[in-house]
Design a protein around this ligand. Sequence first.
Ligand SMILES: Nc1ncnc2c1ncn2[C@@H]1O[C@H](COP(=O)(O)OP(=O)(O)OP(=O)(O)O)[C@@H](O)[C@H]1O
Length: 238
Amino acid sequence: MVEVVLETVALTMRFGGVVAADNVNFKLRARELRCLIGPNGAGKSTFFKCVAGLQTPTEGQVFMRGTETTGWMPHQIASMGVGIKTQTPNVMDELSVFENIWLAARRFHPVAEANRKAQEMVERLALGPIARSTLGRLAHGERQRVELGLVAVGDPWLVLLDEPAAGMSAEDVERMTGIIHELNRTAAIVIVEHDMQFIRSIAKTVTVFHQGAVLMEDHVDRVMSDATVRNVYLGKKA
Ligand SMILES: Nc1ncnc2c1ncn2[C@@H]1O[C@H](COP(=O)(O)OP(=O)(O)OP(=O)(O)O)[C@@H](O)[C@H]1O
């Protein structure tokens, strides 16, 4: 049996009278890739934030590799070997691409190893030509790639990505897809995403949220052709 690396048990988050996440029981196994989809306000981001330590659920529990992490801060979760990429970038605009990646590597490795890891990541992400550029001057797609590098350089076994394809060109999305597939060889990945084309290209199993709860969890093709899902989500988008 493949190890469960992430589990939530009856995870619930209330904001006053709004139940943003409603009794979510979720399981992710080692090296699984799961996309979380659903219409605006369905609760995807809230669920993601509760798992990543950005919010503490009002009820329920989060487990990572069997350890309860409910209420932990993001840095505590990261130190377990979990890579978190939120929509608020955790980068230093005035430093170069290489320096940013090196700093992220240094958090996990001694200096010599950090040098090697940072160099390797620059090559893996094809960032060579812009390695010395200041991060603040990069185009959006390049920046997203660097941010993924910051996550990958820690050799995570679980990666949490919030809308990695947002605002990207088709070419950037394709490149991002390749990097995520490579990461997925060693890490389980959760992706919150709106971009249907990206989801189709990358996902196998998809979890659909609706009104805070899990509406359906199945192969992307079955989910996309399901009448209920189309009504709550795709139907609105068409
Ligand atoms: N900090 C907050 N305070 C009050 N209500 C909130 C808060 N965060 C989320 N909500 C509410 O919880 C519900 C779920 O929101 P959430 O952002 O998790 O949905 P989502 O599926 O991520 O939507 P989107 O696709 O638009 O990002 C919505 O009704 C939202 O208005």
